[in-house]
Design a protein around this ligand. Structure first.
Ligand code: SF4
Length: 346
């Protein structure tokens, strides 16, 4: 009986932790270079560097076009792949990026990219002139506090010209159905970038100024940035009322919504193997939030990914559902399974 209950809970934990779309469309991220030169203050690049050193040969090279073609073959049994040019570093810093994106377009694979518009200029031009190769293009642009200007990116004439040229080229190219978005972390973009964006706002599906940050499985102190970006309230009374109402809601919410916690865990962003990251030398780390590279499950140079994923999930499911799996243990998205999760879905 006890075994039956445990197996039921494990199954529910799995159901609520993986993307239901996974069988028809699988999302994979590619980290095209072993480290990112932009070094945004809120990105755990130091964690990535230390882990890459600690686990020798895990993340020590950039992807080449030939490697990439070979890696894709080991994902062949997914009916549709969605390639995310995001991973743990800036994709345009890889010299073969445009050739790899062209290869995906030739194979009619869906692609998404997030770029800071740094790296090889021909890669940036390639995206601007072929936007229809991408389902969505995210421009991760500098804030007004200089948090993205610790490394290779400086908001100078050259950077502003690159952004303006990118938007002009994008506008001239055929981009119907492509979702262009701009985002920054902080209350506003750099003032000169705000100006450029305002003139081209008709091109964008959205512009986000994020005041919240995920901790990337504890790789970064998200609370520090939350405080930094906090809204300055005009009235202290209004803030007090808001906070009190929130506390009452948080207290009663579990009862109202049957969110009574059980002694089991789930991943609320459904990333338990649903969006892994392929590193330069073919190793696959299972979660895009984990810069500590703690769950490398296979190498797609010579291992089939889908079979490896199945084996890995089976081997760690006990630890995962009981709340013991690294890197989840350090991640704010690892939340208790609740009574509501046990009910059949409508
Ligand atoms: S590290 Fe966080 S986001 Fe990744 S699978 Fe675990 S709980 Fe989900």
């Amino acid at each position: 009986m006890k075994e039956k209950i445990l197996s039921f809970i494990r199954q529910k934990s799995l159901e609520h932790s993986i993307d239901s779309d996974e069988d028809s469309k699988y999302h994979i991220e590619f980290t095209t270079t072993p480290a990112c030169g932009v070094r945004c203050k809120y990105c755990p690049q130091e964690t990535l560097r230390k882990s890459s050193l600690k686990f020798k040969n895990i993340n020590n090279k950039s992807i080449t076009l030939d490697n990439f073609k070979c890696y894709l073959k080991n994902f062949h049994d997914y009916p549709t792949l969605n390639i995310h040019w995001t991973g743990y570093s800036e994709p345009c810093a890889n010299k073969d990026f445009s050739a790899m994106a062209q290869h995906c377009a030739d194979l009619k694979l869906e692609q998404q990219i997030s770029t800071t518009l740094t790296g090889f200029p021909y890669n940036i031009d390639f995206i601007a002139n072929n936007p229809s190769f991408f389902k969505s293009i995210g421009l991760h642009l500098p804030d007004d506090a200089g948090l993205m200007e610790d490394g290779v990116l400086q908001v100078d004439d050259s950077y502003l010209t690159t952004l303006a040229r990118f938007l002009d080229d994008f506008e001239r190219s055929s981009h119907n159905g492509v979702e262009l978005r701009a985002l920054t972390f902080g209350p506003s973009f750099h003032p000169q970038i705000e100006e450029i964006l305002a003139n081209k706002s008709h091109l964008f599906a959205g512009m986000s100024r994020h005041r919240k940050l995920s901790s990337r499985s504890s790789g970064v102190d998200s609370l520090y940035f939350r405080k930094l970006w906090k809204y300055k309230s005009k009235s202290q009374v209004a803030t007090l009322i808001k906070q009190s109402l929130k506390r009452i809601y948080v207290f009663f919410r579990p009862i109202i919504l049957l969110e009574i916690p059980l002694p089991a865990k789930k991943c609320i962003v459904k990333k338990f193997g649903s969006q892994p990251v392929v590193l330069g030398n073919g190793n696959v780390n299972i979660c895009c939030h984990d810069y500590s590279l703690s769950q490398v499950i296979c190498n797609v140079n010579n291992e089939n990914f889908r079979a490896s994923l199945r084996k890995w999930r089976e081997s760690v499911l006990n630890d995962f559902s009981s709340g013991e799996l690294s890197p989840c243990k350090k991640c704010e998205f690892y939340q208790p399974l609740t009574f509501k999760d046990l009910l059949p879905k409508r």
